[in-house]
Design a protein around this ligand. Structure first.
Ligand SMILES: Nc1ncnc2c1ncn2[C@@H]1O[C@H](COP(=O)(O)OP(=O)(O)OP(=O)(O)O)[C@@H](O)[C@H]1O
Ligand SMILES: [Mg+2]
Length: 359
């Protein structure tokens, strides 16, 4: 979309949330239909992707809340996409700027200055009057990332801004005004923090008007194929993904959620040599876990496994071990049984059960 490319906010041409057969549509396709952006441009963008029931439901909730001014609290584990959800809500009905306040990276007066701005001479080093993030967010969206980390004194200040839309820049005697939409996110259990007294109850109620839960990736595995495809398009060079590899990516539990999946895809793109990503590109910890031939750092990756399931059934391993032992001992069953650490009768029984030719 031309408007977004030139920096102007995008306006949606049809009401948000109206999607025919949403399960068949990637969200990027929805954006394509509603904003007129070209698909290749959308592929290059950070867009919320997913086709699982959970993501489609989340997307519906987002599109319902986007046009309103209601505060939104986004809860979810690390790497699940909370910041992307916040940005997407803003983009669905853009007004003003999207300003991120990272509550975990700043402390004390630094955070106060960052948030409220300061006047010249407010403290040593304040050589000029500087607007804070709240001034920049006026008319737009202020996203409070890791809100659970906000110190108690600033929680009181923030509450006042949300209630009265007024604040005082550091060192100023005058109040400033800012009216913004507030979106907050955390991976902490805020309700528990309220009970423990580390998070203000009144601020919690103020923020918790609409709550969105972003599920861990292992509880919405249907999102994995479109996400892999999206990240390959975003970071790769037109590669395709082998079905065997996709099976493994879908089976893994992804403790680091979408962030870990994205990093994994980037890693595989670096180690791949050719037009497709296969199990041979898997990072070693995943290859080990699934018994697949993965790439080891500093070694040329082995050729891709042509086909078949990446996990070898135990019965097949047993058959191979027995055949190998018999070949090694020249067919001497007593010696083979000894080498395998089993009794002669057990070996006979297993030979029969596995239909191994003991020549
Ligand atoms: N559904 C999704 N579609 C496309 N990209 C996604 C999706 N979810 C997450 N991502 C990508 O995964 C990465 C992590 O997402 P994000 O930073 O939004 O997670 P987070 O929940 O804020 O994590 P943290 O709690 O660690 O701050 C980002 O690069 C983001 O663009
Ligand atoms: Mg985040």
């Amino acid at each position: 979309m031309r408007a977004a490319r030139s920096g102007a906010p995008a306006r949606l041409t049809t009401p948000v949330g109206i999607v025919e057969s949403p399960r068949r549509l990637y969200i990027r396709e929805w954006f394509n239909a509603n904003t007129g952006e070209s698909m290749s441009f959308i592929n290059a963008k950070r867009i919320l992707v997913g086709t699982s029931e959970e993501t489609v439901r989340l997307y519906d909730e987002m599109s319902r809340v986007a046009p309103s001014n209601a505060p939104v609290l986004i809860l979810g584990d690390t790497g699940t996409g909370k910041e992307l959800v916040a940005r997407t809500i803003h983009e669905m009905a853009p007004r003003g700027s999207f300003v991120t306040v990272d509550c975990s990276s700043l402390v004390g007066t630094l955070l106060a200055t960052e948030l409220f701005g300061c006047v010249r001479g407010a403290f040593t080093g304040a050589t000029e009057t500087r607007p804070g993030l709240l001034a920049l967010a006026d008319g737009g969206t202020a996203f409070f990332d890791e809100i659970g980390e906000l110190p108690l004194d600033l929680q009181a200040n923030l509450l006042r801004v949300l209630q009265e839309k007024r604040y005082r820049p550091v060192g100023s005697v005058h109040e400033s005004r800012s009216d913004f939409r507030v979106i907050a996110a955390t991976n902490r259990n805020l309700a528990r923090e309220v009970d423990l007294g580390t998070f203000r109850r009144d601020l919690y109620y103020r923020l918790n008007v609409v709550t969105l839960h972003v599920k861990p990736l292992c509880r919405r595995r249907d999102d994995i194929p479109p996400l892999v495809e999206h990240f390959v398009a975003l970071h790769g060079d037109g590669q395709t993904t082998d079905p065997d590899l996709m099976d493994i990516l879908m089976a893994y539990h992804w403790p680091g959620n979408v962030r870990e999946l994205e990093n994994c895809v980037r890693q595989m793109l670096v180690s791949s040599h050719g037009p497709s990503l296969g199990v041979h590109c898997l990072p070693s910890h995943l290859a080990e876990l699934f018994g697949a031939p993965g790439q080891t750092p500093g070694r040329i990756p082995p050729k891709p496994v042509p086909s078949g399931h990446p996990i070898t059934p135990l019965e097949e391993l047993e058959r191979r071990a027995i055949t190998q032992a018999l070949a090694h001992t020249g067919g001497d069953r007593t010696a083979a049984a000894k080498a395998l650490g089993i009794g002669r009768t057990t070996l006979y029984r297993r030979l029969k059960a596995l239909s191994v030719e003991a020549s």
